[in-house]
Design a protein around this ligand. Structure first.
Ligand code: GAP
Length: 488
């Protein structure tokens, strides 16, 4: 584990060094749990988003995509339950004033017990925590922390406040209109993209003439004032979600819940995540809107954690929005039931798939990162850091490298660049020795490099070098584009 933690720190440094991820506002010492994606990170993120969007909308005739605003009417969040329920139990240490999420504090202690070989105590502690959380028994949680002598990592004391709920939504003021009641101008930064889909259910269903079952997909920013934001881009205060709400006939939701579990885990594997690194984890405590829920977990460098949530959200959201907006939000189902009559009007049930784009990014990049060492033929050691990002999502697909900056080689390379850049992302580089350029391309995860040398002028062939096994072969210049396309 220690080794993995070290590797994780190196991965974070690597992401910064090669333009994948920077701390937000770094020149001002950063902003906690907020990150910027650099030139390569933004492209990798876009590729992941595009893959998801294609799999949802292009590959499913009955799923369409929208792009709703981040600001929504404040009543949306009252209706959805977020104003009253979107909170985590927190506890403060009275000596250090440090605030903890209760589940994180207890889980951290349980992990230490596990590392000390006290596996039974670890499981017993987690079991008690789950039971108390399920009952919202805050006094019981505090007693659990005290009886296990769980200490604050800063003050090293066990001097705790009571457990309290802390709402995670960010508030801001909307417009410049003065009001007697300051609450009138308050809007929230959306904590999930899903509500933008629910409030547009009728708009999309009617204008798109959608027939149940059908889905609405959306990607976009979400904001949560996470108290304990940690593990790099795993838990952020500003992050991006890719969510799809699938509207179904009441009573069929469990079939679709099963369908989307299978579909989503297969999708993760299709972008190169190995099956043994993924697992399902059923929720012990269901959210206020769900009748079934599970997480797809990934084995991150710091342990198994949630990557995606799949939730059977019943008719909760549409019913709540109908109630709060006083609008009828229903669907008329013309299809005939067993008695030969139309199903008629009903409020659809919803199965949701919700994956964090940043967590998916962390999944892909932590799988891809490798530090490699080997012995060369002359007995000396060689090494490299490589990002083995699958070619179809790698930010740059092809590096075009003229061996020298003269003798007409750059002209041939530029011609190849012009031929290829309309079809996929290319990178042109004529500086430094070729070996150094290959290493740099390995470090940023470029799957193919093509070198143009003097032989190219004689027989129109080039050297293509494959990132993963460092193999090199000679191919016709005219074949380069098709070869790369065939690997994507
Ligand atoms: N609409 C349902 C919903 O938002 P969630 O389980 O709270 O459900 C869905 O969030 C996904 O969003 C998570 O599985 C995770 O990938 C991502 N996510 C949630 N909070 C996050 C955070 N603070 N930072 C990064 N990603 C987050």
């Amino acid at each position: 584990m220690a080794n993995e933690a070290n590797n994780f720190q190196e991965l974070i440094s690597h992401c910064k060094e090669y333009g994948y991820i920077f701390q937000s506002s770094e020149i001002y010492d950063g902003l906690s749990a907020v990150y910027d994606y650099g030139q390569l990170g933004a492209q990798l993120k876009k590729n992941l988003r595009d893959e998801w969007w294609k799999s949802m909308t292009q590959m499913h005739e009955n799923i369409v995509g929208i792009d709703a605003a981040i600001f929504m009417h404040p009543t949306v969040w009252k209706a959805s339950g977020h104003v009253d329920n979107f909170s985590d139990p927190m506890i403060d240490n009275k000596d250090s004033n440090k605030r903890y999420r209760v589940d994180h504090l207890i889980e951290g202690h349980a992990e230490e017990l596990g590392q000390d070989g006290k596996k039974e105590e670890e499981y017993a502690l987690l079991k008690s925590m789950d039971e108390l959380l399920a009952k919202d028994d805050f006094a019981g949680l505090k007693t659990l922390i005290e009886t296990n002598n769980i200490k604050c990592s800063v003050s090293k004391t066990c001097n705790w406040t009571d457990v309290r709920q802390f709402n995670l939504m960010f508030k801001t003021e909307f417009g410049a209109v003065a009001s007697d009641n300051p609450e009138d101008n308050i809007v929230y930064l959306r904590p999930e993209t899903a509500q933008g889909i629910f409030v547009n259910f009728l708009n999309v269903q009617k204008t798109g003439r959608m027939k149940i079952p059908f889905g609405i997909a959306q990607t976009g920013k979400a904001f949560r004032n996470e108290i304990v934001a940690r593990q790099f881009i795993f838990r952020m205060r500003e992050f991006e979600q890719m969510e799809m709400q699938f509207f179904v006939r009441p009573g069929t939701q469990m079939e679709w819940y099963q369908y989307w579990q299978n579909a989503r885990i297969a999708w993760h594997q299709s972008i190169g995540i190995p099956a043994e690194k993924l697992r399902f984890h059923d929720h012990v405590k269901l959210a206020h809107y769900a009748d079934a829920a599970l997480d797809i977990e990934f084995e991150f460098p710091f342990g198994w954690k949630e990557l995606e949530g799949i939730h059977s959200r019943t008719d909760f959201d549409l019913t709540q929005h109908a109630k709060f907006s006083k609008k009828k939000i229903q669907y008329f189902d013309n299809d005939l039931n067993e008695e030969g009559k139309p199903y008629g009007n009903y409020t659809p049930y919803v199965v949701e798939t919700s994956v964090g784009l940043d967590r998916l990014f962390l999944t892909v990049i932590s799988l891809a990162y490798a530090e490699e060492k080997w012995n060369k033929e002359d007995g000396t050691e060689d090494s490299r850091v490589v990002l083995r990002i699958p070619a179809k999502i790698a930010p740059t697909k092809l590096a075009i490298l003229p061996l020298l900056k003269k003798d007409g080689l750059p002209e041939i390379a530029r011609q190849l660049m012009n031929d290829c850049k309309g079809s996929f992302m290319c990178f042109y580089e004529e500086k430094d020795a070729i070996g150094k350029r290959y290493r740099r391309m390995d470090a940023i995860g470029t799957p193919f490099c093509v070198t143009i040398d003097h032989q190219t002028k004689e027989d129109n062939t080039v050297t293509i070098r494959y990132r993963d096994d460092m193999r090199q072969e000679r191919i016709a210049l005219s074949e380069v584009k098709n070869l790369v396309l065939s690997k994507l």
